[in-house]
Design a protein around this ligand. Structure first.
Ligand code: PLP
Length: 384
């Protein structure tokens, strides 16, 4: 249950079920960040003084921790602000220069749509089946028509919890000479991710959705691909040589880390990964429990019968606006999310403008689900 690891819950009876938006942070993450600020606050990769060396060591240890966790090389991990920046970096430094078309599914978060549009790339969309799954034959047909494209697909949907068959998607994409990015924003806290086994070309995550700090995440890329890419931004720390006529850049990953980085957050991210390694993820049972309990509510609308779901469940109550439920539950100290969850295309396909979403973390409990379902039933009675 692990709630005692999270100081946020010390003096509150809040039920927090908005973990797909961001998770609470365990004490070890907060301690690691304070320790940096209190005892060795200084910039990285610059001077030769001891404090700077200690900060650099800690920062680079974080890169190694992530690389080991994902089963890849240290120099394949680029620190970014999070999944959104990772995808924008890739769109600008790689995809724009090598591809005309990006293939997405209907289930993508806006962060996996807008960066491609901003680079004027052509989008091809994989239609989903009635349970919001990708049919691999449909995917393959699209690739036959559009070989040598870039594919970008979410690992777990933030709007409906669908877990996509990423290993198969990657395998098929490679058959058609495509490169593929997996958006792992929702997966990091729920699934063990072995990037070597998956053979993804790129993978993007945000620390804050997996018990880490806000403002940091990473982009993994196969080294040969990273080496072929131009910098995303220019500034300090990423150069080999600078003159007014001509500048040269460091090798990856430093080429992509211009300017002072979010040092404390990177150090916190390392602790979040260590924390993830130390816990047993148990939310799968919670999700099926929540589904069973929700189905006892009158007029419930669920949008998928898929069983390959993790992390979150989305629904509506016939005749009631999702936001009204959100407001009434917040008054009862239950924090859940209502709205389109930054996934407007799938909402439009379903003919709705939003859902109520419960999203879980390792500190979520069945008792909290019971209280939440009761509170929803009460809100519905008030609103009828
Ligand atoms: N992709 C998915 C599936 C997400 O759920 C989110 C955030 O909700 C993002 C991308 C963007 O993540 P961030 O806002 O941390 O950059």
């Amino acid at each position: 249950m692990n709630k005692q690891d999270f100081p946020f819950f010390n003096n509150t009876d809040i039920i927090y079920l908005d973990n797909a938006a961001t998770t609470q942070k365990p004490q070890c993450v907060l301690d690691a960040m304070s320790e940096y600020y209190l005892n060795y606050c200084s910039n990285t990769h610059r001077g030769s003084h001891d404090l700077g060396n200690k900060a650099t060591q800690s920062y680079e240890q974080a890169r190694k921790t992530l690389a080991d966790f994902f089963h890849v090389q240290d120099n394949e991990i680029i620190f970014t602000k999070g999944t959104t920046e990772s995808i924008n970096l890739l769109a600008s430094s790689y995809v724009k220069k090598n591809f005309d078309t990006v293939i997405l599914s209907e289930l993508e978060h806006h962060s996996n749509i807008l960066p491609w549009q901003l680079q004027d790339l052509q989008l091809e969309i994989i239609p989903l089946d009635k349970d919001l799954n990708i049919d691999l034959r449909v995917f393959e047909d699209i690739l036959k028509e559009h070989p040598h494209s870039f594919v970008s697909i979410t690992h777990i949907s933030n709007a409906f919890g669908i877990v996509n068959p990423v290993k198969e998607l990657i395998y098929i994409a490679h058959k058609y000479d495509c490169k593929i990015l997996i958006d792992g924003a929702q997966a990091l806290s729920h699934i063990d991710i072995d990037l070597k086994d998956l053979d993804a070309d790129f993978y993007a995550v945000s620390a804050h959705k997996a018990y880490g700090p806000t403002g940091v995440g990473c982009l993994y890329g196969k080294y040969a691909l990273l080496e072929s890419m131009d910098p995303y931004q220019g500034g300090g720390s990423m150069i080999d040589n600078v003159s007014f006529e001509y500048s040269t850049f460091l090798a990856p990953p430093f080429r992509f880390e211009a300017g002072t980085q979010a040092i404390a957050e990177v150090i916190g991210f390392k602790e979040a990964i260590n924390y993830l390694k130390s816990i047993k993820k148990e939310e799968e049972g919670l999700l099926s429990y929540a589904k069973k309990k929700l189905l006892e509510l009158e007029d419930i609308i669920l949008y998928t019968n898929a069983t390959n779901v993790l992390g979150n469940i989305s629904f509506n109550i016939k005749g009631i606006h999702h936001e009204d439920i959100g407001i009434l539950l917040s008054k009862q100290n239950i924090m859940l999310r209502t709205g389109h969850h930054c996934a407007l295309p799938i909402m439009k396909k379903l003919g709705i403008n939003g859902t109520i979403r419960l999203s879980f973390a390792i500190y979520s409990t069945k008792q909290e689900i019971d209280k939440t379902i009761k509170a929803i039933a009460k809100a519905v009675r008030m609103l009828r």
